[in-house]
Design a protein around this ligand. Structure first.
Ligand code: ZN
Length: 376
């Protein structure tokens, strides 16, 4: 593949930015929302359907893929893009967050994390070097540094020690990643909700030098107010000319608030996971399709949405297939939710480009305040 990794900011409105990340596998319009393809699939979606919603990039999970089907098997079969039939950019996480949240018998040392698989109990070791190797075997376009993230709330001493370990691992990740034209390595800022620690972490990362920077350690139970509190200053510690990625976020109003504060990339399982439980995200807020009020409703879930669920099916049908646990219920609602998220990103990008973000955000909140349409 020819081409380099690059990032261009095309417009600004307040702290918000609109731009484009270029990679050899195609462009990523920012602010970007990345659907999560945990185990080499965005659950209930074909890759071409994910693309049809407007997604430019997917996220894959190192922890899941290293255990099953294994990075070595995926590499032997031509890499993750070919394996899952997605030829556009893929970002992989480092495995650090999930090993701490999913694996059992974890032992954290300076070297890395030793753990047992949550699938079969087999023993594994993740280190910065092994994480870089796995992400290279997968063929990831954007590779994340291996880091450690304490659950919040935690004392400043715990957060500081964890952050400093993550910064030593960031240097080891940088060294192990090496020089791979067309592939990017992102550093991850830690430091919890402590401004001084966030600044210290950003300085350590920019001293090492990365292609992009993530704000890590948020969306781990601190609440939106605390998260926005950190995002009021943390993006400003990072280089202007590199993409800023907020990991694991979030709900639509989290996304809007993060974009207002200068975030360029986000990912979350929420639209796909909630689709599988009968939750639809719309311009009027969250709609529970399991609710009996939809039983006789011939109208679409969201009249303004162009997705197949809204174009060709009624709320009554969606209610029926979800209540009956039919697979198409998960398929249609996941598609709708991913479409809603991508439409939201498109709206945000257009608003920043036009210098009318405040107006767009006011409309977003007004729509949600008005709530769902009245029952039939
Ligand atoms: Zn829809």
């Amino acid at each position: 593949m020819d081409g380099k990794f690059g990032f261009t900011v095309q417009a600004r409105d307040g702290q918000a930015r609109q731009g484009v990340i270029s990679t050899p596998r195609g462009e990523i319009r920012t602010p970007a929302f990345m659907p999560v393809g945990t185990a080499a699939t965005v659950k209930a979606m074909m890759p071409e359907s994910v693309r049809a919603t407007g997604a430019d990039i997917l996220l894959g999970n190192t922890y899941h893929l290293m255990l099953r089907p294994t990075a070595e098997r995926i590499a032997a079969l031509g890499g993750l893009h070919r394996f899952m039939n997605w030829d556009r950019p893929i970002l992989t996480d480092s495995g650090g967050f999930q090993v701490m949240s999913l694996a059992s018998l974890r032992k954290l040392t300076e070297e890395g994390v030793r753990f047992s698989s949550h699938i079969d109990g087999s023993k594994h070791m993740l280190t910065p070097e092994r994480s870089m190797e796995i992400q290279r075997l997968l063929g990831s376009d954007i590779v994340m540094c291996f880091d450690e993230c304490p659950a919040l709330p935690a004392t400043d001493a715990v957060v500081a020690a964890s952050m400093q370990l993550s910064m030593r691992w960031a240097q080891r990740s940088r060294d192990a990643f090496g020089d791979r034209p067309g592939h990017a390595l992102f550093g991850i800022m830690q430091g919890g909700v402590n401004r001084d620690l966030r600044e210290e972490s950003a300085a350590a990362l920019t001293g090492i030098g990365f292609d992009g920077y993530a704000v890590g350690g948020l969306a781990v139970g601190e609440g939106q107010e605390a998260m926005f509190g950190v995002l009021d200053y943390a993006p400003g510690f990072l280089p202007e000319d590199r993409p800023r990625y907020l990991m694991g976020v979030g709900k639509p109003d989290d996304i809007v608030g993060a974009v207002e504060r200068g975030i360029d990339m986000m990912d979350c399982v929420l639209p796909s996971r909630s689709g599988r439980t009968g939750q639809g995200w719309t311009r009027g807020g969250q709609v529970n399709l399991r609710n009996a009020r939809h039983k006789d409703d011939p109208r679409p879930l969201d009249a303004e949405c162009a997705c197949p669920a809204c174009r060709s099916y009624s709320r009554s049908y969606l209610h029926h297939v979800i209540k009956a646990d039919e697979i198409i219920g998960s398929m249609l609602l996941t598609w709708h939710n991913l479409q809603y998220y991508q439409d939201l990103m498109d709206g945000l990008r257009g608003a920043v480009a036009a210098g009318r973000l405040a107006e767009f955000v006011a409309g977003f909140h007004a729509g949600r305040a008005a709530g769902d349409i009245e029952p039939v």
